[in-house]
Design a protein around this ligand. Structure first.
Ligand code: CMC
Length: 448
């Protein structure tokens, strides 16, 4: 038997199987041959939350969580954050290589000329209540966009696919900014094609009476770095949603709306918003130690801490911390930074966090920067989504072009009731009482 195999002995039958090992994995489907009888379905793996299952092969983003390494297409995140712009990184993620000067110019030009949204989309946004959460508006508007571009359904037409990519990367800042302006009751500020991607976003967010909006270059650059750091992160929850929805050959606008919905959750892209709320709740440095005590007692989690993959300092958090100081040179120091620094200091020394390898993640410091730049707290997840759009699209294309992929369809281990006779309405209460089941049982995830 080849040395690149795993030998499995099924003690139920005494049979042995040689399972090939490739790229440090075995194929779960190879376990299906392991059966106790002809009628047995065959062995499966049980892996809730994909703790140890690779769902795809990818060439986009590399993470070594133990060492705290993050690379896009082989380029270390630190170098990209220092030397690139967000659009350059978006090109890299989608094309596999950094663009030449003319490629970047063409790419930027294509994105810039798709920043406007159909006037009717404005009406969709106008329809939301004045206090609608911008992430909810963002998600819904992305879904609505799919109805404006029926050609997006033609996902295997390369030219049309490219067009949807320009549209999506170009329009997400516009939608985000319009969602914000609607919320504060201000007239929309239209895209300015003379500005960079980041500067234009700031223009659409914050322009008031000035004839030409000119952002502070330090803040423009900080935003670019933040978008770069959020651009991709391999198979995270929202990217998994993007791939899963896309695997049904759904158009990319609908798939991205689903990915954004996953990102909205407080355990994922909603965490930056939660960090800010947490820092405000703590309020002052002297309350930090007590707050940590309550975290350790299991009352709640320390938001912006911990990661499924990083068991070391998240390299993005390190870069963001540095950017925070640059931004504060312009905006003035946010007192919340001192609370965050104290939280980090205590947590990194505390056995609870050390033992569980809990370190600050990307969301720990990003919110403080956003706040210093005058972004309202509830738009933070939307900012994450703007940067992540290029990564979602790169992963979506990789999935569509991968001949190993099919419609995503996990298996389950069924533990519920099997074939039983229908109980008529008039007998249900008595039947339940006999079985000792109360009404509350029906409301739990365990059912009856
Ligand atoms: N505060 C306190 N304890 C924590 C935390 C935290 N932030 N995160 C994990 N733990 C504990 C957890 O209670 C568990 O302890 P025990 O072994 O005693 O039960 C242990 O650490 C392992 O936690 P887990 O829930 O099994 O870890 P996970 O890999 O399933 O969860 C996570 C990863 C990011 C959801 C989690 O660390 C968390 O909830 N963090 C706070 C939310 C957050 O900051 N999310 C942003 C993630 S980075 C941006 C992104 O990529 O989305």
């Amino acid at each position: 038997m080849s040395e690149n195999t795993l030998t499995i002995t099924d003690n139920r039958t005494g049979k042995q199987y040689g399972i090939p090992i490739e790229n440090g994995t075995i194929k779960a489907i190879d376990l299906r041959q392991i059966k106790i009888s002809e009628h047995d379905f065959g062995l499966m793996t049980y892996d809730p939350a994909f703790m140890n299952t690779a769902s795809c092969k990818s060439r986009i983003t590399f993470i070594d969580g133990d060492k705290g390494i993050l690379e896009y297409r082989g380029y270390p995140i630190e170098q990209l954050a220092e030397k690139s712009t967000y659009l350059e990184v978006a090109y890299l993620l989608l094309h596999g290589e950094l663009p030449t000067e003319s490629q970047l110019q063409q790419w930027t030009d294509n994105i810039t000329h798709h920043t406007f949204i159909n006037e009717n989309i404005k009406k969709v946004i106008d329809g939301f209540h004045y206090d609608a959460h911008p992430m909810g508006v963002f998600e819904a508007t992305l879904g609505a966009l799919s109805t404006f571009y029926p050609d997006a359904k033609d996902i295997f037409n390369q030219e049309l696919r490219r067009k949807q990519i320009y549209r999506l990367i170009a329009k997400v800042p516009t939608i985000a900014a319009f969602a914000y302006r609607h919320r504060i009751g201000m007239q929309y500020s239209y895209p300015d094609n003379e500005l960079s991607y980041e500067a234009n976003f700031l223009n659409m967010m914050f322009k008031t009476t000035e004839l030409k909006y000119q952002p502070n270059p330090v803040l423009e650059r900080a935003l670019s770095v933040l978008f770069i750091l959020h651009a991709d992160h391999e198979q995270n929850c929202s990217t998994n949603a993007m791939r899963s929805i896309g695997s049904a050959h759904t158009d990319p606008f609908s798939a991205i709306a689903g990915a954004a919905a996953a990102l909205y959750g407080p355990l994922h892209g909603g965490a930056n918003e939660m960090v800010l709320r947490m820092l405000n709740e703590i309020g002052s440095i002297d309350k930090v130690a007590d707050y940590i005590k309550r975290v350790k007692a299991g009352e709640f989690r320390l938001m912006g801490f911990g990661h499924r993959v990083y068991k070391n300092y998240d390299p993005r958090a390190r870069i963001i911390k540095k950017v925070a100081y640059e931004v504060f040179e312009v905006t003035g120091r946010d007192p919340l930074l001192d609370i965050a620094l104290e939280l980090e200091r205590i947590a990194l020394e505390d056995e609870y966090f050390v033992k569980r390898k809990l370190y600050p993640n990307v969301d720990f410091y990003s919110g403080i920067i956003y706040q210093a730049m005058r972004f309202p707290v509830d738009i933070f997840p939307v900012l994450f989504a703007i940067g992540r759009t290029s990564g979602w699209l790169a992963q979506w294309i990789e999935m569509l072009d991968d001949s190993d992929q099919k419609i995503a369809r996990p298996r389950q281990v069924y533990l519920g009731q099997r074939t039983r006779d229908y109980v008529p309405m008039e007998r249900r209460s008595a039947a339940r009482a006999e079985a000792g089941q109360g009404e509350a049982a029906l409301l739990t995830g365990h059912g009856v």
